[in-house]
Design a binder for this molecule. Structure first.
Ligand code: 13P
Length: 260
């Protein structure tokens, strides 16, 4: 872990309707009141339709959670049926956006150019962007992961105006580890984190926060954060239950406290 404050983001994906989302927000509020995370910044990324209610409950019950969107359209407005703009998200009180999640890239044809365009729109609007990168299993089998991830980073970050650099977080999510129960090893994560920091520094983003995502849970979080040199996690499945999400948050918090 670098000296940056840990960040844990729960990506709820296309799970939890309005009622379930509010319930999980409230449960997290109660757990965090009893077990406050002193060092760790916590963000949740609900489906679009839940955002307004989650933001309201977080504000009214003073729950220490930031709210992210899972995706956004890079255009300001207009004929983009089914899409949502950065201005709409800001109006709702959203502060973060996941950009280029591998599921968006693979299932919704989001190519590198679209990721770059989206990232620029997000930071230009003043929102924090979590740039997701990571290789497919066949790339890893051919040991092509460093080159693959470097290409994704360069494509999205090259030429980024320095005013926006502090709004960027990078999440390394190897596709083969997402939702599979197959976590990357501490060594694999450590090597990739180092690689990402090096490429990012060459692009002017020295000290950027790097998260890991892919089958993180309450049991493996401590070992990954200790061995993997990451600044936190982007969590899918284990963020859908308040207890398992809290366990991950506490691992980050304890690790940060020990390393300070
Ligand atoms: P899982 O934690 O369910 O593997 O999902 C990871 C992820 O894709 C988070 O964005």
């Amino acid at each position: 872990m670098s000296t940056a404050k840990p960040l844990v983001i729960g990506n709820w994906k296309m799970n939890l309707d309005l009622v379930e989302a509010v319930h999980l927000g409230q449960q997290l509020g109660v757990l965090l009141k009893n077990h406050p995370a002193e060092h760790t910044q916590i963000v949740v990324a609900p489906p679009f339709v839940d955002i307004r209610s989650v933001v309201s409950i977080v504000a009214s019950e003073r729950i220490p959670l930031g709210v992210a969107a899972q995706h956004v359209n890079p255009h300001d407005n207009g004929a983009h049926t089914g899409e949502v703009s950065t201005a709409m998200l800001k109006r709702l009180g959203v502060e973060w956006v996941l950009v280029g999640h591998s599921e968006r890239r693979a299932l919704y044809a989001m190519d590198d150019a679209a990721v770059t365009q989206t990232l620029r729109a997000v930071v230009r609007s003043g929102l924090n962007a979590v740039l997701c990168v990571g290789e497919a299993p066949e790339i890893r089998e051919e040991s092509g992961e460093d080159e693959w991830v470097a290409r994704q980073l360069r494509s999205a970050l090259d030429g980024l105006d320095e005013r926006f650099r502090e709004l960027i977080t990078i999440a390394y999510e190897p596709i083969w580890a997402i939702g599979t129960g197959l976590t990357a090893t501490g060594e694999q994560i450590h090597d990739m984190t180092l690689h990402i920091r090096t490429v990012a520094a060459a692009l002017g983003l020295a000290g950027v926060r790097v998260l890991y995502g892919g089958s993180v849970n309450g049991e493996n979080a401590t070992s990954i954060i200790a061995k993997g040199d990451v600044d936190g996690f982007l969590v899918g499945g284990a963020s859908l239950k308040a207890e398992s999400f809290l366990a991950i948050i506490q691992s980050c918090d304890d690790c940060y406290a020990l390393k300070r």
